[in-house]
Write a protein that binds this ligand. Structure first.
Ligand code: ATP
Length: 215
């Protein structure tokens, strides 16, 4: 079973890394593939360049062999649609390999607005990770989808290639890239919120020093 964590990673932080590790351990995943998106569909563009986000991710993932940097979305033109990414992963890993899309509760709140969400669920399971301050099931439509697809025991995910939804409790870490960018813009060092190797890259490239106009 393979975990997939897509994101802007602008920058990657311990909220991503710890969530990925806990999913890896609790769901018995063989690996978690970190998939930086090229052009976000639902949000403003990242501040760091593609090369800078890749360099930060590579630095963050270097110590854990089961964390894999997957650059397939960066090699594709246009918006990064999860459905295209899953099709490409299916081509690589086969039709029967269980794929688990790991998404935070904030991302799941918008899932029904994604491009063809039900087609996404045909290709992968959704593992909705609790995130401080976000209700994982924020609307009646999401509740209904969850009730239709709910999986309460992680080992059940391994019996199907996709189609189920699991709510995953994690050690709550209220860390976000937005907060890290804001700290840097105010002149603070965001130590202990992200790996030192990532902070070194941020400081080397003088990233996020200007105020974040994205809120
Ligand atoms: P930003 O603050 O710029 O929106 P972010 O911190 O949410 O960024 P993303 O790269 O957008 O980071 O997140 C990628 C994925 O990781 C999303 O599914 C998101 O919900 C999840 N995620 C990010 N931070 C956490 C966290 N602290 N706990 C659980 N899940 C998280």
């Amino acid at each position: 079973m393979i975990g997939l964590l897509g994101g802007t990673f602008d920058p990657v932080h311990f909220g991503h890394l710890r969530a990925a590790l806990e999913c890896l351990q609790m769901l018995d995943l063989a690996q978690v593939r970190f998939i930086p998106l090229r052009v976000p569909v639902h949000r403003p563009q990242p501040q760091a360049s593609i090369a800078q986000r890749v360099a930060m991710l590579a630095a963050a993932l270097a110590d854990e062999p089961r964390f894999v940097l997957d650059q397939r979305e960066l090699h594709r033109d246009g918006p990064s649609y999860t459905l295209d990414t899953l099709r490409s992963l299916r081509d690589e890993f086969g039709a029967s390999q269980p794929l688990c899309l790991l998404i935070g509760a904030d991302a799941y709140a918008g899932f029904l607005d994604w491009h063809r969400p039900l087609a996404i669920l045909e290709l992968a399971h959704l593992v909705v990770m609790h995130r401080p301050g976000h209700d994982p099931i924020a609307s009646p439509a999401l509740r209904q989808l969850y009730q239709e697809r709910a999986c309460t025991a992680p080992h059940q995910l391994a019996t199907q290639a996709g189609g189920r939804i699991l709510l995953q409790t994690l050690t709550p870490l209220d860390i976000s890239s937005t907060r890290i960018r804001a700290l840097i813009a105010r002149g603070h060092r965001p130590r202990y919120l992200l790996p030192d190797a990532v902070l070194t890259r941020i400081e080397h490239d003088q990233l996020y020093a200007r105020p974040d106009r994205r809120g």
